[in-house]
Design a protein around this ligand. Structure first.
Ligand code: PHE
Length: 470
């Protein structure tokens, strides 16, 4: 029965369209902005290693589960969960999973748009040759000037949110495919250029060691579960766009014949490669120019412009880099809004344009909190052994990546591997009862849920730090 269901919002135009769109969703600020700065805050290679394990053991299996659910339900995540729960004879409260995803989507979008606004601002800063021969003090100063001015942040946040709303209101399927097809490879090549520059810097090997050779002594000082595992797990969810319905809604436009397994591995490999390249490009610069690896969310904005100021054709490459990063952020932001918009269209009988405008306004308003958390409302607190300085922005970020997305993923894993009939998932994955299928099922049945639960239980102590428990 469900094999015949089709989405009222349409289907992808080709086999590659889904992979491109989902990769567009996955690859974004998470890879190039968030991954390096978290790695820096968490001390380097141990974090990277744990992150890679999380992607493989928890991320990819849940990615597959989420696409599977989306394709079977073929509606907004809220209605998909409702329909599938009914079909499998389960409680309708499963639709709450969809609601939590929509909420997480709004919160992430609200700050994502502010940070994406920084990349737009940096297109102009780099393009005007501002960073030629810049040193670390100067690039820091430019960054601090930007974030301490709420009016500027507001203007760029508004610009980026409008861009997102315009694309989503037209339906994500038309332009997205073309954009990702050309821009992603371009971003990839440019990252290789950056890696090439990094290789020419004095401290290239320091950067590589920092990223890939774990320092176990330093690790012993940390609480492994709360300080390393939780942020690494959160980053895996954030970077793969899983746990909130973004990939589920893209899966709902996926043709019945397309292989979920192949698609998932392709997306995850592309996503992880981009993050690693970003790290390799950034840390040698950080060390060569004496920046602080744990410098927080400004890390790439303070480090990369120095490189652009030094390398041949740096103004050109730098401008292009921020343009491509803006596009990567754009294709991710679109997927953050899509679950809410499809629900409004399905349930509130709204036109797509109206639904998107409404959702955009909500995301924009919430974003004002982030705008102010870098200046007037800034306050600091400690989380997982790291001092976070940007109050509400950090709380939003921690709450979504480290709490809401993993809970979403946990529920998806329980739903697909414990509650859905085995036959339903076999039908949908199309792997038969093969070893590959059994490995997937083992991962979503045991590794993912128990992994998330254990990490949570161990990390509960962190709530003390933000004052939620004594
Ligand atoms: N994966 C995106 C990135 O890395 C962010 C994102 C998270 C998008 C969750 C959709 C859902 O930038």
């Amino acid at each position: 029965m469900s094999a015949k269901r089709s989405s009222i919002h349409g289907q992808w135009s080709s086999r590659w369209a889904f992979i491109l769109a989902a990769t567009g969703s996955a690859v974004g600020l998470g890879n190039i902005w968030r991954f390096p700065y978290l790695t820096g805050e968490n001390g380097g290679a141990a974090f990277v290693l744990v992150y890679l394990i999380c992607v493989l053991m928890v991320g990819i299996p849940i990615l597959m589960a989420e696409i599977l659910v989306g394709r079977r339900g073929r509606q907004s995540p809220i209605n998909t969960m409702y329909a599938l729960a009914e079909e499998e004879g389960l409680s309708r409260y499963w639709s709450l999973l969809g609601w939590m995803g929509v909420a997480a989507g709004f919160i992430i979008l609200s700050y994502y748009s502010v940070i994406a606004g920084w990349t737009v601002a940096y297109i102009f800063r780099t393009g005007s040759g501002l960073f030629i021969d810049a040193d670390a003090t100067y690039s820091k100063k430019i960054f601090v000037e930007l974030i301490s001015d709420p009016e500027k942040l507001l203007a760029w946040h508004t610009t980026f949110m409008l861009m997102t709303v315009i694309v989503v209101s037209r339906g994500v399927k038309s332009g997205l495919e073309q954009a990702v097809r050309f821009l992603m490879p371009a971003l990839f090549i440019l990252l290789l250029v950056m890696v090439g520059y990094a290789m020419s810097t004095e401290k290239f090997m320091d950067g590589i060691n920092y990223l890939f050779v774990p320092n176990f002594e330093q690790l012993a000082e940390k609480n492994f579960f709360a300080d390393i595992l939780l942020p690494a797990l959160g980053q895996a969810f954030f970077s793969l766009s899983i746990g909130m319905g973004a990939i589920m809604i893209y899966g709902s436009y996926l043709s019945q014949r397309s292989s979920i397994t192949f698609n998932s591995f392709t997306i995850a490999i592309a996503d992880t490669t981009v993050a690693m390249l970003a790290g390799i490009a950034i840390f040698p610069i950080v060390f060569t120019y004496g920046l602080e690896p744990g410098g927080g969310p400004g890390l790439i904005f303070m480090s990369l412009p120095i490189a652009f100021g030094q390398m041949p054709f740096g103004t050109f490459f730098g401008t292009l880099f921020f343009v491509l990063l803006m596009f990567a952020a754009w294709t991710s932001a679109i997927s953050l809004l899509e679950p809410a918009v499809t629900w409004l269209v399905e349930n509130k009988n709204m036109s797509r344009v109206k639904a998107t405008a409404l959702a955009g306004v909500i995301g924009w308003l919430l974003g004002l909190i982030t705008v102010l958390s870098f200046n007037y409302w800034a306050f600091s607190f400690e989380f997982a052994g790291v001092v976070k300085e940007n109050g509400m922005f950090d709380i939003f970020d921690i709450l979504t990546s480290n709490v809401m997305l993993p809970i979403g993923g946990l529920l998806i894993a329980i739903f697909t591997a414990w509650l859905m009939a085995r036959k339903s998932t076999i039908d949908e994955l199309g792997l038969g009862d093969s070893l590959l299928y059994q490995s997937w099922r083992f991962a979503v049945r045991y590794i993912a849920p128990f992994g998330v639960i254990i990490i949570f239980l161990n990390a509960i102590g962190l709530f003390k730090l933000i004052g939620l428990v004594n």
